[in-house]
Every structure is written in C-alpha cells, then in structure tokens.
Ligand binder design. Structure first.
Ligand SMILES: Nc1nc(=O)c2c([nH]1)NC[C@@H]1CN(c3ccc(C(=O)N[C@@H](CCC(=O)O)C(=O)O)cc3)CN21
Ligand SMILES: CC(C)C(=O)C(=O)O
Ligand SMILES: [Mg+2]
Length: 275
C-alpha cells in the first residue's frame, strides 16, 4: 500500500501543500520518492520529454503501461497517478472503463487522470462509480491543444474563464477526487480552489491552489526545447550532462580513461602461463 490513499489528499487541504511531480522511469521515480513528493504522475508528457514527439497525442496505452511499470518499481511507497492517453477514453464509456482497468491492473497505479471538462463528466462518473479513483484536468488540455490555439494560457476572457469554472465544478461533481488546473490566470485558479471541495493541483496556475505539479525534466533542466514561463529549473541537467559527456569523450580520446582504478589486474603467474 502506498503512503497515502485517496482520502488523505482531501485531509491535506488547508494544512499542507500537496507536491506532485511527474516521473517516467525507474531512476526518476527513485529520486522523486527519495525527495519526498506526495504523489507521482506518470504524465503523457513522456511523449514529449522522453520520446521526443512534438505533442502528447501520439502516446499509446502501451507507452503508458511500459513507463508506469518502471515508475512503480522505483517508487513502491508512492501514490501513483497515470495519464489516460489521447484516444483511450474518446471511443465510449465501455472502452474508457476497460482502458482504465487495464492501466491499473497492468501497472499497479493508484488512480487515472483524464483531460477535459463538461464533455468528459459521464466518463469520470462511470469510472468513479466503478471504483477507479479519477483525477480531472482542466484549463490547458495538451491532448486537444490544437483546438485551443496551441500551448497557450486559457481562460483570459469572461466566457473562457466562466467555462473553465464550470468545467472544474462539473469534474468535481462527477466524482473526481482531485483536479489539475493547467495554464490559467492565478486569480481564476484561486476562485476555482475556493469553490471546489476537492484538492486542486496547479501547473502554471499561480500559488493559490492546494498543490503544485511540474514536469520532472523541467524541474531538473533536462528539457530545453521550450521552457514554459511557469517552470522553475532547480538544476541545469542538460548543460551539466553535456559538459560531463564532453569530458568523457576527451578522456577516452586522450587515454586518460580508463585509469588503473577502473581496470582489472591479473596475477603475473597466470599471465606468464598463457601461450
Ligand atoms: N516539458 C514539458 N513541460 C510541460 O509542462 C508540458 C509539456 N512538456 N508538454 C505537455 C504540456 C504542454 N505544456 C505547455 C507548454 C508550453 C507552454 C507555454 O510556454 N506557454 C506560453 C507560450 C504561449 C505562446 O506561444 O504564446 C504561454 O505564455 O502560455 C504552456 C504549457 C505543459 N505541458
Ligand atoms: C503536466 C501534467 C499535469 C501532465 O498532464 C503531464 O505531465 O502529462
Ligand atoms: Mg498529461
């Protein structure tokens, strides 16, 4: 059993900020758990930061299963949320439930996350009532970003902001136990957080939420293709890694590596008997 269960997150509201971080593999999950994050998200952002796609829409159920299994092996004690990839919920309630059950059974994840507002409430209700903990995700929904003008801040007009408020409320009413608010103005996220009775987790949504989530590769500076304004890099791993690898290349070429401390010796009497 993980350290937390579903009701624990509601209990944290107003007491302690909830910290969520993405992870996509064994090593990342080990570090996330050692750092003490409250829960791990195996995000479909893996398509971009790990697999190099231009968007998250190409990520498959198999991708999510493969990576979530690795995360689970690295973070046995953590509550794990897995993103339902694009296409895994769009083909009907039966498919959505089958895919959610499949994800959880194959990976040992604790909950699934589904992008969308009012248009996905039936799916959220169906899964929740079937016993699957569901996290909602409203505001900027990367799987359908092509309809939103790209990876852009959402909810800047009265109409758009009102819709996001309705979306968040609808997702909570449908049984989601937590909701991610992505790339919306801070005051809108604050209003939503005040209205809802489930924890809100923000990414690019300001400080007035119950918790925060960022992408692992952004936090550590492993991803340089773009850096959203809401990202804070706590390390510059791409730079550090490239410099370290350059030194490796240099040392092999100059014969500095491997040194005697990296090599295995052999008894002279053994060597002398070889012919
Ligand atoms: N590495 C990474 N981090 C993320 O947070 C992330 C992904 N990938 N992939 C999936 C989505 C896409 N996300 C993003 C990506 C970029 C912006 C961004 O930079 N938006 C700016 C520029 C918009 C513009 O071009 O005008 C903004 O001000 O909204 C926002 C969300 C968040 N998610
Ligand atoms: C950015 C978070 C919320 C996400 O959905 C992902 O990493 O895929
Ligand atoms: Mg995602």
């Amino acid at each position: 059993m993980p350290k937390y269960t579903v009701p624990d997150f509601a209990a944290l509201r107003g007491k302690q900020k909830i910290v969520m971080l993405t992870a996509y593999d064994y090593a990342g999950a080990v570090m996330a758990e050692a750092a003490g994050v409250d829960l791990i998200l195996v995000g479909d952002s893996l398509g971009m930061v790990v697999l190099g796609y231009e968007s998250t829409v190409f990520v498959t159920m198999q991708d999510m299963i493969h990576h979530t299994r690795a995360v689970k092996r690295g973070a046995r004690e953590s509550f794990i949320v897995v993103d339902m990839p694009f296409g895994s919920v769009q083909t009907g309630l039966t498919d959505a439930l089958r895919n959610a059950v499949h994800l959880i059974k194959e990976t040992g994840a604790d909950a699934v996350k589904i992008e969308g507002g009012e248009e996905v409430v039936e799916i959220i209700r169906h899964l929740s009532q079937s016993g699957i903990p569901v996290v909602g995700h409203v505001g900027l929904t990367p799987q359908t970003a092509v309809n939103l003008g790209g990876f852009k801040v959402q909810g800047k007009t009265v109409q758009d902001a009102q819709q996001i408020l309705r979306d968040a409320q609808a997702v909570a009413d449908a049984g989601a136990f937590m909701v991610v608010l992505e790339a919306i103005p801070a005051p809108l996220a604050q209003k939503i957080t005040e209205r809802l009775n489930i924890p809100t987790i923000g990414i690019g949504a300001g400080p007035h939420l119950d918790g925060q989530v960022l992408v692992y590769h952004d936090v550590l500076g492993f991803f340089d293709r773009f850096t959203p304004k809401f990202v804070k890099q706590y390390a510059q791993m791409s730079k550090l890694g490239t410099e370290a690898l350059q030194q490796f290349v240099r040392e092999v070429r100059t014969g500095v590596f491997p040194g005697p401390e990296h090599s295995f010796s052999m008894k002279e009497e053994v060597l002398s008997r070889l012919y």
